[in-house]
Design a protein around this ligand. Sequence first.
Ligand code: AMP
Length: 306
Amino acid sequence: MRIICIGECMVEMAPLDNAGTYRMGFAGDTLNTAWYLARLLGDRAEVGYFTAVGTDGVSDQMLDFLGSARIDTSFVLRRADRTLGLYMIQLQNGERSFSYWRSHSAARTLAQSGGDIAATLQGAGIACFSGITLAILPPEDRATLSRALEDFRSAGGTVVFDPNLRPKLWADPKDMTQAIMDAAGLSDIVLPSHEDESTWFGDQTPEDTAKRYAQKGAGIVVVKNGPGEIVVHSDTGLSHHQPEHVSNVVDTTAAGDSFNAGFLSSHIAGASLDQAIATGAKLAARVVTHRGALVEEAVLGNELAG
Ligand code: AMP
């Protein structure tokens, strides 16, 4: 099984103290999912990342980082006139805020040619993308990506989509909601988070979110809801799953991305929907008890892998 995640991986600058010392890392929603998938699946699957990066040193460093996480980067596009996007985390009175420099990032050019995406998806079983993948693309490239995913799906591939709504990345919230619903219409599995959805689609309940995406044709919709019940819509109708209680939440960064990886790793191994959701929730529960997006400790031990 080959899984390809599509999107933007950024440089992350995270504060180590209040004196201006920062640690550089790499993160991004679909990349986080790829990283956890590679860790969970080991030799049982090949996980690849499709994006565009620069030709500079920091881009090389990112590719080395992905390679050391056993993520295949052989299809990553190189752009001599661009480099990676960057974000910086600031801590003020214990609250985290984020500043972004990504408006001219290389990843924004990832879908300039549908041929590159098609070649990457050739022979893959699963393609994962998100609302952020869509948000960073110009409209014509978004259409190119959609066509490539449609072709992939027609050839028997499974398309997985996390709406990950980020209104700041869109010129108009209406463009965002339209693009998200269009993308859901070409997806087999949709993995939204209710909090974002209620704000931008006006869903009163997670069930509303699940039904709205199911109506677009997704066979499986898993609605995450922080510590609240996870609501699933599948061919057997609606079901509810309580994630385990976490008393010491430290940082919810990548909770949804890691949930997606846990869910998918279990789903493709043939587990039931209930088991796959439990695996996703278990991994996310561990991730939120640590600081940062990529938490090595969360995937140590192999009881999550099956
Ligand atoms: P979210 O995208 O914030 O809805 O969270 C994704 C998943 O992470 C949820 O479905 C839960 O499984 C887990 N999660 C997030 N926040 C918490 C929390 N405070 N306590 C327990 N689990 C959480």
